[in-house]
Design a protein around this ligand. Structure first.
Ligand SMILES: *Cc1c(COP(=O)(O)O)cnc(C)c1O
Length: 385
């Protein structure tokens, strides 16, 4: 039987009847939209991720767009982000009319290079065509970006800092979650993410109550929220007062019910992922380049990504032995047609381009058995030697 790349069925079996009961409870209640599980999930996510405010929303992509809307970022504005990431990171900017500016990564962690970020901001300022507004750092493959360094640069230039933690929800640096440094942290509950739902979903974690209030309004068509109506009187129910242009980005109650169940085992799953990662490193670090995690960081291992010169040969060899692999990401975003029009950091993105030619990700999930892992390790060793 082929080894699964991600095994959601073992997790479902572990969660058992309570998971199915939780889904059925929503079905029977009829509260499909904004049912009580939504608020319960937002509270639980805030406790887990140590954030005072959490907004659930329709996807990890919307979780990136909603803060841009709340900050009123749009045409003529620049938002700095890595190019070595999933397209959604950079897609959020054009969706509000703003421009992404691509920054290079560090060769060891694949996360944003603070020096490249600083140089890119200086270059955009010097050119004077775009106004720098925000930085989107990404917790790629599950590990935290270098937030102390990135936050210092964002602060120096007066920019907002958002942590795109779609792959990294639960990761820490020196015991702190990304929101400790960032103004906003976002995540995705796409099923294959470390904390995934049974459909789409996302969340925005934040620290400022007024900003959160604005997100609540934007999530439901710009409806008037507490801060809009306080101290005022209305002729009609202010529920149908739309005070800004928003969107519909509600998460389904069923997804919240699923996530509440999954959160109960998430810390344990992160530990299990770290055991799998440690075992890979032990079995492979002398024959391929295994991942480096930032000092003081704990990854949630969305991916276990190695580097090798003959990536295609290795993938074919592993496929023959029923071991699946994947390449994240073969084409950096700044090399994709529609994104190639946007600026890059001075000197281009050589580290990004080199990494995209060499990386390959191995099966990674909390339920990977030691036997299956030995098969994978053995297959890689037999190819390399
Ligand atoms: C998955 C992902 C997103 C988008 O999440 P969706 O829920 O699929 O919209 C954004 N950023 C990164 C880094 C991702 O991996």
């Amino acid at each position: 039987m082929p080894i699964p790349f991600i095994d959601l069925q073992s997790q479902r079996q572990r969660l058992g009847q309570p998971l199915e009961d939780a889904i059925l409870k929503v079905v029977r209640s009829g509260a499909f939209i904004m049912g009580p599980e939504i608020g319960q999930l937002e509270t639980a996510l805030g406790e887990f991720g140590r954030a005072p405010h959490v907004l659930s929303c329709a996807s990890g992509t919307d979780a990136l767009v909603l803060p841009l809307m709340a900050w009123d970022i749009g045409p003529g504005d620049a938002v700095f982000c890595p190019s070595f990431t999933f397209a959604a990171t950079a897609e959020a900017m054009p969706l509000v009319g703003a421009s992404p500016v691509f920054v290079d990564i560090l060769p060891d962690t694949y996360n944003m290079d603070p020096a490249s970020l600083d140089a890119a901001i200086e270059a955009v300022k010097a050119k004077g065509e775009l106004t720098p507004k925000a930085v989107f750092a990404v917790d790629l493959f599950g590990q935290p970006a270098d937030y102390p360094a990135i936050a210092a640069i964002a602060r120096k230039h007066g920019l907002k800092l958002l942590a795109d933690s779609a792959q990294g929800f639960g990761c820490t640096l020196n015991g702190e979650h990304p929101i400790h440094w960032a103004d906003v942290a976002t995540t995705s509950f796409f099923p294959a993410k470390p904390l995934g739902a049974y459909g789409d979903g996302g969340a925005v974690l934040s620290k400022d109550p007024l900003f959160h209030d604005l997100l609540v309004s934007l999530r439901v068509h710009g409806q008037a929220v507490k801060s809009d109506i306080e101290g005022k009187t209305f002729e009609h129910d202010p529920k149908y007062l739309n005070v800004r242009v928003g969107t519909n980005s509600r998460m389904d109650t069923i997804q919240a019910a699923v996530l509440l169940q999954k959160l109960t085992i998430f810390a344990d799953e992160i530990d299990a992922r770290n055991r799998v990662a440690a075992r890979y490193a032990e079995g492979l670090s002398d024959v391929v380049r295994t991942p480096t995690v930032i000092e003081g960081g704990v990854s949630v291992w969305a991916q276990y990504t190695i580097e090798t010169e003959n990536r295609d040969g290795l993938a074919a060899h592993l496929r023959e032995q029923d071991v699946p692999t994947a390449v994240y990401y073969p084409i950096p975003i700044h090399k994709q047609g529609v994104y190639s029009v946007y600026p890059t950091a001075p000197g281009g993105l050589p580290v990004t381009e080199a990494a995209s030619a060499k990386v390959i990700s191995l099966p990674m999930h909390p339920y990977l058995s030691t036997d299956d892992q030995d098969t994978i390790i053995g297959a890689i060793r037999s190819f390399v030697s």
